[in-house]
Design a protein around this ligand. Structure first.
Ligand code: GDP
Ligand code: IMO
Ligand code: MG
Length: 427
């Protein structure tokens, strides 16, 4: 019986979704990216080679896998071509890639708008990746966006860009910035359309046919549920929904086809960009975690903020996504830490709560309540089974399972594909 498995980030992104997708892709026939754009950065390591993917699905390394960039994505065609060229330069030339004709295009003025909005927000800036993601999604819902199918149609592209640019220029003009002109970018975008044309199709149709053919399908989430436009720490979020619920809409399949939802969770927590982060701490232990875990952004190289595991966050995320299993990542990074904390609730104005307040100012006031677990000293990077883990590490994993009522199906003890232990088979 085939499966359609969603890989979802359970924190604020960078949980190791790329690694797990690549690992599970071994048993899959299809890998789909459904939302976001090149704000994502997914790192994959095998055969001593490291790859960073931003737009392209993590099944790209296996020539037998069909990789799909679905309609919910916002795609910067220049960044896409660069990414393909980087892969080619590393010897990845044999692959299958399909791009939705309904996906939206990140245009150069979206990037400028992203920078401008952040500047105007001043101290309230989101800390975006400045890849133009928010403005591209804003144009989508304002019904002035450019879609991939538009890039392929030179007859109508000019008037579409003209309309879209008119709106963008309202902002640029107001700030005495250089305005965009359609004629300056039209030819370039027609050319980019021609370059990606061989990959473009109706991926919704394709996916539904693949479901009929009983294929195993992996949906590779980008970002994390706490960055969800609806369920995250608004307004410090991204502009799409990375939840399991978003998959049908963003790919064109019916929700009944999803069989499993796997939450990818760091053994601690990180966040890049601004926004509330109750379990954040900055001391020698945090510095050690940052260095051992190489906690610097794949996309922007920014140092990631470090915090303890937050079960209030994970419960919120497990509920929203209907998690059927958990992958605990970067467990090795905690080796050598004397005491490890897990946040099990918050104090809000002296009252204990176990949910995430919608009001950002209330959430900012929340003080974490911790359970403290003794750590372990042993190097676990070569562990192959649960029983080989030090007892304190086993207890840490068991505590997470008990609190969340979700089983750990995989744990990861290093960045390499081989440093992955499966407790319950997914495919
Ligand atoms: P994604 O955005 O969710 O795909 O995650 P990123 O790739 O941005 O960040 C995860 C980082 O952790 C990457 O540098 C991975 O190579 C690395 N990584 C993944 N799993 C492990 C692990 O179990 N141990 C260690 N030490 N690093 C890991
Ligand atoms: P992956 O897929 C971590 C964060 C940004 C910022 C906020 C909004 O690698 O987990 P945006 O550019 O999307 O408008 O920025 O969201 N952000 C991520 N943080 N991992 C990501 O992706 C992210 N994508 C966006 O840092 O706080
Ligand atoms: Mg990342």
């Amino acid at each position: 019986m085939s499966k359609r498995v969603v890989v979802v980030g359970t924190q604020w992104g960078d949980e190791g979704k790329g690694k797990i997708t690549d690992y599970l892709a071994n048993k899959a026939d299809v890998v789909v990216r459904s939302q976001g754009g090149n704000n994502a950065g997914h790192t994959i390591l095998f055969n001593n080679k490291k790859y960073a993917l931003h737009l392209i699905p993590s099944g790209i390394f296996n020539p037998n896998i069909i990789n799909i960039m679905a309609n919910g994505m916002v795609i910067n065609p220049k960044a896409l071509i660069e990414e393909l060229n980087t892969l080619k330069s590393k010897g990845i030339t044999d692959f299958q890639l399909y791009i939705s004709n309904r996906a939206h295009v990140v245009m150069p003025y979206h990037i400028k708008l992203d920078e401008l909005f952040e500047k105007i927000k001043g101290k309230n800036a989101v800390g975006t990746t400045k890849k133009g993601i928010g403005p591209a999604y804003a144009d989508k819902v304002s019904r002035i966006g450019i879609r991939i199918c538009d890039l392929l149609n030179p007859k109508t592209l000019e008037s579409k860009i003209e309309t879209s640019i008119k709106f963008a220029n309202i902002y640029f003009k107001s700030q005495n910035m250089k305005e965009f002109k359609t004629k300056d970018i039209l030819d370039e975008y027609i050319k980019l359309g021609n370059e990606i044309r061989p990959f473009v199709c109706d991926t919704g149709l394709l996916l539904n046919n693949l479901i009929k053919e009983d294929k195993n399908i992996l949906f590779e989430g980008a970002q994390g549920t706490m960055l969800c436009i609806d369920h995250g720490t608004y307004p410090y979020v991204t502009s799409s929904s990375p939840t399991a619920a978003s998959i049908p809409l963003n790919t064109g399949i019916a929700s009944k086809y999803i069989t499993d939802v796997i939450g990818v969770t760091k053994a601690y927590t990180t966040r890049v960009g601004s926004g509330v982060f109750p379990t954040e701490f900055e001391d020698e232990t945090a510095k050690t975690i940052r260095e051992v875990g190489h906690e610097y952004g794949t996309t922007t190289k920014r140092p990631r903020r470090i915090g303890w595991l937050d079960l209030v966050v994970l419960k919120h995320v497990a509920r929203i996504n209907g998690l059927t299993g958990l992958c605990i990542m970067l467990l090795d990074v905690l080796s050598g830490i004397e005491y490890i904390k897990i946040c099990t609730g918050y104090l809000l104005d002296g009252k204990e709560i176990d949910y995430i307040p919608a009001d950002y100012s209330e959430y900012s006031k929340c003080i974490p309540i911790y359970e403290v677990y003794p750590g372990w000293k042993e190097d676990i990077t070569k562990v192959k089974t649960f029983d080989e883990l030090p007892e304190n590490c086993q207890n840490y994993l068991k505590a997470i399972e008990k609190h969340l009522e979700v089983n750990v199906t995989i744990f990861s003890v290093g960045p390499d594909r081989l440093q992955t232990v499966t407790l319950k088979k997914i495919f």
